[in-house]
Design a binder for this molecule. Structure first.
Ligand code: C5P
Length: 311
């Protein structure tokens, strides 16, 4: 039995280019792994049972336990890559990352399943191959293998680790219900068309990483990072879920030095000046009536790694 712990991400910069012919958008995506973790446990099952799934956690009821689950797809993809005809495995997901929350929880489970099955089956797949398989599963899956802080180009899957100093303190306000990532990208395109700027690759300049943001990360300066936080999907997430403006306002009122929607939302992310302030902001958000719950945590943290289960 192998258990893998895998972190959620927040995008400290999410620059979104025009809509490509393949339906994706080119990104300048600065991923930042934070201390909110799912755990995926892989256990062998009898011959012919295939890949089975179970899930526990507050959002477990909204996690699909069929073939669409990225953890199941990851197990099958790894088995197929190695020519394993009968990959009998049960995957249990202990879920703490919000579902459809803009924190790449499903992608995290896919990455964790790759690492867990690789260890269970004794495959020792090179990391380069795991990253390629991860990219086949989804744009955010490779980053969950790496963790830390990284710049994602292309649709987000072409990664370069970024230098970062020290620890940053974060608060995440979890909404009731999720947002669909494709729907948020579509709304971003619609808003661009409505504004008259166009939404195609020819209309929108290719985004690039912000030098001020990279400098803030490298120097470990939370005030400078707070000033540089940007998310090109934020307007679209707010358009689909206007109440998120109240959440962002509540966190800022409670002392956050920076606030933004996490990825495609609806989770809102707040940067705090220190750990004590993060706890105070989380407590204020929990009683604000603008979110379901709030978590104080820190980052960066490592990507998917084998370890002992905590529960
Ligand atoms: O790669 P992933 O399966 O996570 O993407 C989900 C959806 O999000 C895509 O089908 C697409 O609609 C949208 N997307 C996008 N541009 C990206 C990443 C995702 O438009 N770079």
């Amino acid at each position: 039995m192998i258990t893998v712990r895998v972190p959620a991400k927040v995008n400290v910069q999410l620059g979104v280019g025009g809509l490509r012919a393949d339906g994706f958008h080119d990104l300048a995506n600065v991923f930042f792994a934070v201390g909110l973790f799912d755990e995926v446990t892989a256990e062998p099952v009898g011959p012919g049972e295939g890949v089975t799934l179970s899930c526990t956690g507050p959002d477990a009821a909204s996690v699909p336990l069929d073939d669409s689950n990225l953890a199941a797809r990851a197990a099958r993809l790894l088995a197929a890559h190695h020519g394993l005809a009968d990959p009998g495995v049960h995957l249990h997901i202990a879920k703490a990352i919000p579902v459809a929350g803009g924190m790449a929880g499903g992608s995290a489970d896919g990455a964790a399943a790759l690492v867990a099955c690789d260890a269970l089956w004794g495959l020792a797949t090179p990391i380069g191959t795991l990253l390629e398989l991860a990219a086949e599963l989804g744009s955010d899956v490779p980053f969950a293998l790496l963790g830390g802080v990284a710049l994602g180009r292309g649709r987000g899957e072409i990664l370069d680790a970024l230098p970062v100093a020290g620890t940053f303190h974060w608060v995440f306000a979890v909404a009731d219900g999720g947002l669909s990532t494709p729907a948020v990208f579509r709304e971003c395109d619609r808003l661009r068309e409505e504004a008259g700027t166009g939404s195609s690759e020819a209309d929108v300049p290719t985004p690039d990483a912000d030098p001020a943001l990279l400098a803030a990360l490298a120097s470990g300066d939370p005030v400078a990072l707070a000033a540089a936080l940007t998310n090109d999907l934020q307007a679209a997430a707010l358009s689909l879920r206007p109440s998120l403006a109240d959440t962002l306002h509540a966190g800022t009122e409670a002392g956050a030095i920076g606030a933004l929607v996490s990825g495609s939302g609806p989770t809102c992310a707040f940067l705090a000046k220190d750990a004590e302030s993060a706890e105070a902001i989380a407590a204020a958000l929990r009683t604000s009536g603008t979110c379901r719950t709030a978590h104080a945590t820190h980052g960066p943290v490592p990507g998917a790694e084998v370890g002992a289960p905590t529960a």
